[in-house]
Design a protein around this ligand. Structure first.
Ligand code: PXP
Length: 253
């Protein structure tokens, strides 16, 4: 069964609405762990719109599972990562005006810089993951740059799922899922870890969780949204139940 990485950025979004001290992402991470999170993810953005530096610093010794730091491949962020030493860094493109990460990293178009960034992370013992679109050229470039893992951007799949109402007889939805499955096979053939994430939710997660050899699913907004009603622990538990059912073959997409 793939590990569930719970992204708690939006706990910090709620806190920043008042620039106060609640809700505290560290407490949310604890609740997510109690619900079965295998990884806690935070995105330290250049504009610090949600997660702050001190959150990452406090999370690192506090959490018992893996810490995944999402970040741009900037000198500032690489320095922070090397100081805090999360288990993994996921490199993402970052646009100042975007509401959330909009597309995958262009590893093929920025190979030299990213290869240097990966080398710096790996020298500090940090696992390096590339958040990319399901594109063979990007996968090959990620392998060439030395990445240990690729996280495939599931946004286009999620959009197709919503449009098709989850009906896999609709050609575009089936095509999006097949594209991710093929990307996963190629990632594994390149010797990297196959992860996926972005815009996954309680409705669309099953077919992705059922893909062969998928190692990690990274999910944020849908879990935090549900946690508003059910609490974080139960929201994570329910997502893990769906993943486990799908991964063990109970899902019929
Ligand atoms: N993976 C990556 C690389 C992301 O940038 C994000 C959003 O921060 C996620 C996963 C989680 O996406 P969502 O909040 O839509 O579940």
């Amino acid at each position: 069964m793939p590990l569930l990485g719970v992204n708690i950025d939006h706990i910090a979004t709620i806190r920043q609405a008042r620039r106060g001290d609640e809700p505290d992402p560290v407490r949310a991470a604890h609740e997510a762990e109690l619900g079965g999170a295998g990884i806690i993810t935070v995105h330290l953005r250049e504009d610090r719109r949600h997660i702050q530096d001190h959150d990452v610093e406090r999370l690192r010794p506090f959490i018992k599972v893996r810490l995944n730091l999402e970040m741009a491949a900037s000198a500032e962020m690489i320095g922070i990562a090397r100081r805090i030493e999360p288990h993994m860094c996921t490199l993402v493109p970052e646009g100042r005006l975007e509401v959330t990460t909009e597309g995958g990293l262009n590893v093929a178009g920025d190979a030299k810089r990213l290869k240097a960034a990966v080398a710096k992370l790996k020298a500090a013992g940090i696992v390096a993951s590339a958040f990319i679109d399901a594109d063979p050229d990007q996968i090959q470039a990620s392998a060439d740059a030395g990445f240990d893992a690729c996280e495939i951007h599931t946004g286009p799949y999620a959009a197709a799922f919503a449009k098709a109402g989850g009906d896999f007889s609709k050609p575009n939805l089936k095509a999006q899922l097949d594209t991710i499955a093929e990307a996963g096979e190629f990632i594994r053939a390149c010797g990297m870890r196959f992860n996926a994430g972005h815009a996954l939710n309680y409705h669309n997660v099953g077919p992705i969780a059922a893909l062969p050899e998928i190692a990690e699913l990274h999910i944020g907004h849908s879990i935090v949204s549900r946690a508003v009603y059910t609490g974080m622990r139960e929201a994570v538990r329910e997502m893990n139940r769906l993943i486990e059912n799908a991964a063990s073959g109970h899902h019929h997409g």
